[in-house]
Ligand binder design. Structure first.
Ligand code: FAD
Ligand code: NAI
Length: 470
């Protein structure tokens, strides 16, 4: 058994932990990372962002080939689906990406310990092997918890990852289910529901709230729901799922009105349960060392990511803020830069979010509803992609850009985009907001023509004064 001393021991090698480890090493610290998975990259690279985006891309190409090419004068016939090849490609993308992190760890001389990290005391982490034996003890000046999150369980729905699946099983189905029920119209439900709908499943999404995609601007979400419905997704809103039972011909999902009332059932072949994720803090030994949790079960931290115990820090999905990979990474960088004597800070209000359906939704900052509820005097500028020449040339005219500003100062407070390339476009809005830009600032920046990003310029001009092309 090895006993080694490090400046920083990171527990978890997801986008929070691995980025923090690399940055700490760049800043001159001697760093170790303990990861219980055999591969690096955490939820995001192994079973989250990357495999889901690989299947979203493949299923998008399949749908374009079978439905959209005709409008461009391209006639194809005999298109068939090789699901095994699609899944293999997805696994290859994941493998290459996780291997890339191994390379970066070697390059940055980060000592990797495979096993469960358990904090014994401030300054001490035990690495526990699969058989429960301690394989190493690491002494650390500082410990950083980046243990991520896990699927939120739903009473009455027992996940077997074969026919009743979480997102993990839903990215591995070896046959296209004829009938798929999705519990929860959040990001996972809409993205993975779209994958299987494109590949031929009849998809019904059962959602507790009266709307889909909680968190998305309510004006944008109305258009979004119409578009997804037109694509063939079926929504049952305001319905609470109470259980799933197994019968001879498939699964029976029971649901009732969220406000109370008569129950109904839905017969399907596969159920995807995705009602949210919760922090994963099991086995870390938090109780023993006195690290406290918030009332929502997340690790409580101060403005510098320090937990209730000096020398123990936490970032990413395990703490408050949006459960997003890039937020976890920014937390990690800010935390270790602070440890190195610099001034690390992340503004969670300026973390962009993207839903990778087609069209995509992307936003940064506050929604119109949030600002109105706070009594802020705002101006709203909108520009539809139907008015944008490049979007017309691309045949992707659904959606709009919405820029919300402070009515008194013109400062941009929120940008919301529904559109084919919304996820790429939102980076410009995030940059502008990070620099405290006004709508006039964005409107005066020269945008290349013809690009879809001109729609952001026009929406900014609309918020400031007047758009040119509307
Ligand atoms: P994680 O990535 O969960 O990593 C934590 C790591 O810690 C894991 O590898 C775990 O094995 C390890 N660990 C935990 N406890 C211990 C321990 N005691 N000892 C050793 N190791 C331990 N976010 C986006 O921004 N964009 C997306 O497109 C996106 N798509 C997603 C799709 C799906 C299907 C899912 C499920 C999530 C998606 N997310 C996406 C969310 C994203 O995956 C998470 O926000 C992100 O992974 C959080 O990073 P993290 O480092 O905090 O935790
Ligand atoms: P979510 O929180 O986005 O959505 C869960 C949905 O389930 C909500 O709409 C909720 O009202 C509903 N719900 C809860 N209980 C229910 C019940 N009993 N019956 C019916 N509906 C019910 O959670 P989701 O989709 O599981 O995703 C988890 C997290 O993973 C996301 O919040 C996000 O942080 C991350 N993620 C991010 C992605 C991205 O950035 N593109 C992609 C996928 C996941």
């Amino acid at each position: 058994m090895t006993t080694e001393t490090f400046d920083l021991v990171v527990i978890g090698a997801g986008p929070g932990g691995y980025v923090a480890a690399i940055r700490a090493s760049q800043l001159g610290m001697k760093v170790a990372c303990v990861e219980k998975r055999k591969t690096l990259g955490g939820t995001c690279l192994n079973v989250g962002c990357i495999p889901s985006k690989a299947l979203l891309q493949s299923s998008h190409l399949y749908e374009e080939t079978t439905h959209d090419l005709k409008a461009h004068g391209i006639v194809v016939s005999g298109v068939t689906l090789d699901l095994a090849a699609m899944l293999k490609r997805k696994n290859d993308v994941v493998g290459a990406t996780t291997k890339g992190i191994e390379f970066l760890f070697k390059k940055n001389k980060i000592a990797l310990f495979t096993g469960m990290g358990r904090i014994e005391a401030a300054g001490s982490v035990a690495v526990i092997g699969e058989d429960g034996a301690t394989t190493a003890t690491l002494a650390a000046k500082n410990i950083l918890i980046a243990s991520g999150s896990e699927v939120m369980p739903l009473p009455g729905v027992t996940i077997d990852e074969k026919t009743i699946v979480s997102s993990t099983g839903a990215l591995e189905l070896t046959e296209v289910p004829k009938r798929l029920a999705v519990i929860g119209a959040g990001i996972i439900g809409l993205e993975i529901g779209s994958v299987w709908r494109r590949l031929g499943s009849e998809v019904t999404v059962v959602e507790y709230l009266d709307r889909i995609a909680p968190g998305v601007d309510s004006e944008i979400v109305k258009q979004f729901e119409r578009l997804l419905t037109r694509q063939g997704l079926k929504f049952k809103l305001g319905r609470k799922v109470t259980g799933v039972t197994r019968g001879e011909t498939g699964l029976t999902l029971s649901h009732e009105p969220a406000k109370g009332g008569a129950a109904e059932t839905l017969e399907v072949d596969v159920v995807l349960a995705c009602i949210g994720r919760r922090p994963y803090v099991e086995g870390l030994g938090l109780d023993k060392v006195g690290v406290t949790l918030t009332d929502r079960g997340r690790i409580a931290v101060d403005g510098h990511f320090q937990t209730s115990v000096p020398g123990i820090f936490a970032i990413g999905d395990a703490i408050d803020g949006p459960m997003l990979a890039h937020k976890a990474s920014e937390d990690g960088v800010a935390c270790v830069e602070t440890l190195a004597g610099q001034k690390g800070h992340v503004d969670w209000d300026r973390v962009p979010s993207v839903v990778y359906t087609q069209p995509e939704i992307a936003w940064v900052g506050k929604t119109e509803d949030q600002l109105k509820a706070a009594g802020t005097a705002i101006k709203v500028g909108k520009y539809p992609f139907a008015a944008d020449p490049r979007s017309r040339a691309n045949g992707r005219t659904d959606g709009l850009v919405k820029v919300i500003t402070d009515a008194a100062t013109d400062t941009v407070l929120g940008v919301h985009i529904l559109g084919a390339e919304a996820g790429t476009m939102i980076a410009e809005a995030a940059l502008a907001m990070e620099y405290g830009a006004s709508a006039e600032d964005i409107g005066r920046v020269c945008h290349a023509h013809p690009t879809v990003s001109e729609a952001l310029k026009e929406a900014a001009l609309a918020a400031w004064d007047k758009p040119i092309h509307l």
